[in-house]
Design a protein around this ligand. Structure first.
Ligand SMILES: [Fe+2]
Length: 388
């Protein structure tokens, strides 16, 4: 699957990225520049307990702004979290949202920003480009290095009735500003650092190899892979290492830029089916299935996998060897940072067929580099069970 330089593409990055150690301390200046007066902070209870909201709250208080905290976002944000958050935003008359947290609060805030001004249920906006008109401006402050949600156009929400994850996607959903501060990620525990980091790696690899990949996104993906391969272990085992945290945060943003201009692939299709059914951590699901998906996709991705191997500092002579070594390196990296095996996730074999069908129906499935039907997904799930 060589890159065709004559293919057309478009590229936009609606988010202004402010990056730097301590940049979260400039929130008040950013709000003033935007003319914001009434702020809803969208976060979760874990962030509240971590102490990361202290400096945010102090700035809002100091600015004499009207503000409230909505901390009811669940991991794998639910449709009713969006409904409740939109209600709070409207009651406050919020003219700006500030999302602080990992992918869950950030995605929930994006959905609130879209639903609050126009009403209805978030499911009404499922899919691509279903949002017209304004959304509430959003400032994103990520506290994990994984989803890249601070720069992406999409939000993944769980339909709690059907136990199904769906995406709403539109460039208008991209945060207006991302305050990207490595210091905000140093308190992340090792397991969360590992799972969110593997999510970022999955974004980069799937974004790079998706059927709709494009050169500017490819460039971002390859640098993301380089940074993540270099810094993930260090960030997991030396949490206070600011350089490693910075490397991972930049890697996750670059991966976010890559996949939001391209797409994800089969690993995310399975991860979202598993996450919707069992409420499992998204990054763990990705890490567990990514090597098997890469193995399946290998015949269609030899050149690109060899480039991935190079980005991971792997030396090889033949292209075929490089491609295979990339798959092995990803598997080893997941094991090195102690991500669990598939068997430990508690996935019931009786659910495999339904999970395979959901995976095949995922909007990103057509962009997986190798065609995959429900039967292929079923085989892959069975293989994962046998492998442990
Ligand atoms: Fe993801």
């Amino acid at each position: 699957m060589a890159v065709n330089l004559l293919n057309s593409f478009s590229f936009e990055l609606p988010t202004r990225v402010e990056y730097g150690v301590g940049v979260a301390g400039t929130l008040l200046d950013t709000l003033r520049r935007m003319g914001a007066k009434k702020i809803l902070v969208v976060t979760d209870k874990g962030i509240g307990r971590s102490g990361l909201l202290v400096s945010i709250s102090m700035q809002l208080e100091q600015g004499g702004l009207v503000w409230e905290i909505f901390d009811e976002t669940a991991p794998n944000p639910r449709d009713y979290n969006v409904r409740d958050g939109a209600k709070r935003a409207n009651l406050l008359g919020a003219d700006c949202l500030v999302a602080v947290g990992g992918g869950s609060p950030l995605d929930c805030a994006k959905a609130i920003a879209a639903v609050a001004p126009r009403g209805g249920a978030v499911r009404d906006y499922a899919g691509k480009d279903k949002i017209s008109g304004d959304v509430i401006p959003l400032i994103a402050i990520p506290t994990t290095a994984g989803t890249g949600s601070e720069v992406t156009f999409g939000a993944v929400i769980t339909d709690t009735r059907e136990k199904y994850k769906f995406t709403i996607k539109h460039p208008r959903l991209a945060p207006r500003v991302a305050l990207v501060d490595p210091k905000m990620t140093v308190t992340m525990p090792p397991a969360l650092t590992a799972s969110t980091g593997m999510d970022a790696l999955t974004h980069a690899i799937e974004g790079y190899t998706a059927r709709v990949s494009e050169p500017l996104a490819d460039a971002a993906a390859l640098y993301a892979i380089e940074l993540i391969a270099k810094y993930l272990k260090k960030a997991v085992f030396e949490g206070q290492n600011l350089e490693a945290r910075a490397g991972m945060l930049l890697g996750s943003i670059l991966a976010g830029i890559a996949f939001s201009h391209s797409d994800v692939g089969a690993a995310h299709c399975i991860a979202e089916a598993l996450g919707g059914q069992y409420d499992l951590a998204h990054g763990v699901c990705n890490a567990v299935v990514l090597p098997a998906v890469m193995e399946f996709n290998l015949p269609e991705c030899k050149e690109k996998y060899a480039r991935i191997a190079t980005a991971m500092s792997i030396v090889y002579e033949k292209l075929d060897d490089g491609a295979r070594l990339a798959v092995e390196a990803v598997q080893k990296l997941a094991a090195d940072v102690n991500l669990p095996a598939f068997s430990s996730l508690g996935v019931h074999a009786a659910d495999f067929e339904a999970l395979a069908k959901k995976s095949a129906l995922n909007g990103s499935n057509p962009n997986n580099p190798r065609r995959m039907g429900a039967g292929d997904y079923l085989k892959l799930l069975k293989k994962l069970r046998t492998a442990g």
